[in-house]
Design a protein around this ligand. Structure first.
Ligand code: HEM
Length: 540
């Protein structure tokens, strides 16, 4: 063993509301400490070969400090939770492509190279237990979660997930809900155009306005999710949303706000806040359409949504699309409790996950005018060819898809994807026992020069056609939505929602930013800008 001076890293597991393997909050204390590093630690596969074919033991994996307790204390004291992505990047640079972390009672093995990630996913690892967000979840379940009890990807989960996939992942339902997303995206642009015209500067018809679009993007994502999930608009772009919509928005906001603390500390104060009367009311309200429909009576408080149920059956009879909820209820294959759970999870997972990458996308397009123009040209050509049909136009503009992939490469919403291999595996020629928590670290992967040519360049074209980097070298480079049976169930909603919005924005506005400095980012539940970027929208 040799030893090098590096910073100690501490991590804790914090699974996201999407079951998304929001993996780590970590800390790199400022004081440099000496940590043991195994031979060959930074030499990757070459080092492994030099070990003479012997598979090295788990203990030999380079690590960031042995005492979980000390690490945990430092972790809290130094408040490094928020810089976990940067910390991981630094640690890989210091220790090589695999390292262990130990904090409190949690430990993980971290990897970042596509070949290792492929090996991990092929090993059919178990997924961290899907976090139970529903208000009707028992406290016992949450305790189990905190103790690290994990469910297998068992039959019950799989059956539930396959039914859900039929409503949100497969091509036929996606084609049916695309117009719903498109309607919201067009409304967003209409609203923004009116605002630029009213509040902007410059001559009429060419005015520009600089603003922080994050609150509007949040409203867009919430409105779009509701439209797809409930088949109903909640009126967030209306000049004055109805009282019922306001209550619903409040309920969703409360649910989103009270969930994150639970993920790290399921017991104690955060749990009390989560179950506090006001919050429970929020949850009740939030799920009341379902509760009421299960009682066979009109739900109180949310006429907009209750009427949607009534209209839903009429619409269904007329062959109209009734939203994911309507479809699940009509088909009746899932119990009402499971429908509630899934709808809650879709709502919890579907708002900031898309609103935040859209902030990054507007920023990157704004600071890369040439790229912006290339994407716009393609969008315009495709729009003209599609005769103004948004859904067809999307297909003819692959740079939009490339833009989203590129944004998620540079700014992955969840910084890691986690698995527990069900059998022993070998990574970087180290033995990894079954049941070890292994994390694919997406932020360092996306910014690695070993994996991407010129990784800091924003280049949506790198994902297109023959040049597609993700494919050309064996894949496992674009993993923001996870992988396999457990991949993000909202993926098709998210991809299409973001692409449609960007398409309409690029048709309507030229984007620029005041400063092209890199954005400072922070990792709370998801990776986001420390301060939302201000964007200048100039009417085209
Ligand atoms: C850019 C947007 C998004 C990203 C990057 C993202 C990312 C992820 C990731 C990494 C996972 C875990 C996958 C795995 O472990 O293999 C996940 C799971 C999940 N996501 Fe997303 N997500 C996004 C948007 C959404 C949206 C819009 C929804 C809902 C409409 C959603 C709902 C979920 C749910 C319910 C799960 C758990 C699935 C399961 O375990 O069965 N996500 N997401």
């Amino acid at each position: 063993m040799r030893s090098v001076c590096t910073r100690v890293t501490v991590c804790v597991r914090a699974q996201g509301p999407r079951g998304s393997g929001r993996a780590l909050c970590a800390v790199a204390p400022q004081r440099a400490l000496c940590v043991a590093v195994a031979p060959g630690k930074s030499e990757g596969r070459k080092g492994a070969e030099r070990a003479g074919g012997r598979v090295r033991s788990f203990q030999e994996i380079p690590h960031t400090g042995r005492s979980g307790l000390i690490n945990l204390v430092k972790f809290w004291r130094e408040d490094r939770f928020r810089q976990i992505h940067k910390h991981m990047e630094r640690t890989f640079n210091a220790l090589g492509p695999i390292y262990r972390e130990h904090v409190g009672t949690h430990s993980s093995v971290n990897i970042m190279l596509p070949a290792d990630i492929a090996e991990l996913f092929r090993s059919e690892g178990l997924h961290p237990r899907r976090m139970t967000l529903q208000p009707w979840a028992t406290h016992r379940e949450t305790r189990q979660h905190s103790k690290g009890v994990f469910l297998k990807n068992g039959e019950e989960w799989r059956a539930d997930r396959l039914l859900l996939n039929k409503e949100v992942m497969m091509s036929a339902p996606v084609q049916r809900f695309l117009p719903l997303l498109d309607e919201v995206a067009m409304d967003f642009c209409r609203m923004l155009r009116a605002r630029v015209e009213k509040e902007g500067r410059g001559e009429e018809g060419k005015r520009s306005l600089t603003l922080d679009p994050s609150p509007d993007l949040f409203r867009f994502a919430l409105e779009a999710s509701c439209h797809v999930i409930y088949g109903e608009r909640i009126g967030l772009f209306a000049s004055s949303p109805s009282m019922e919509s306001q209550k619903f928005i409040w309920a969703v906001e409360r649910m989103l706000a009270t969930t994150p603390p639970l993920l790290n500390l399921p017991l104690g104060a955060p749990w009390k806040r989560f179950t506090a009367p006001s919050c429970l009311r929020a949850h009740d309200l939030y799920s009341s359409p379902l509760k009421a429909s299960s009682r066979g009576e009109d739900p109180e408080g949310i006429p907009a949504l209750s009427s949607s149920r009534a209209r839903g059956s009429e619409a269904a009879a007329g062959g109209q699309y009734t939203g994911v909820l309507g479809q699940l209820m009509e088909k009746g294959q899932l119990s009402l409790d499971l429908i509630k759970a899934n709808v809650t999870e879709l709502m919890a997972g579907g708002v900031d996950t898309t609103a935040v990458p859209l902030q990054f996308a507007l920023f990157e397009l704004g600071r890369n005018p040439d790229v912006q123009e290339r994407v716009r040209q393609q969008v315009r050509a495709s729009w003209a060819q599609a005769g103004g049909d948004s859904v067809k136009a999307l297909q003819g503009a692959p740079l939009l898809k490339g833009t989203i992939k590129e944004i998620l490469r540079l700014y992955p919403v969840g910084t890691t994807v986690q698995r527990y291999p069900i059998k022993d595996i070998v990574l970087q020629n180290y033995h990894i026992p079954a049941g070890t928590m292994v994390q694919a670290c997406l932020y360092p992967l996306g910014r690695s020069a070993e994996v991407f040519k010129d990784p800091h360049r924003f280049d949506p074209g790198r994902w297109g056609g023959a040049r597609e980097e993700g494919q050309s070298a064996g894949g496992f480079r674009s993993l923001a939505f996870g992988f396999g049976a457990r991949q993000c169930v909202g993926r098709r909603i998210a991809e299409n929602e973001m692409q449609l919005l960007l398409m309409h924005i690029l048709r309507s506005f030229h984007l620029s930013v005041l400063s092209s400095e890199d954005l400072k980012t922070t990792c709370t539940l998801i990776l986001q800008p420390e301060t939302p970027p201000r964007i200048t929208f100039r009417k085209l």
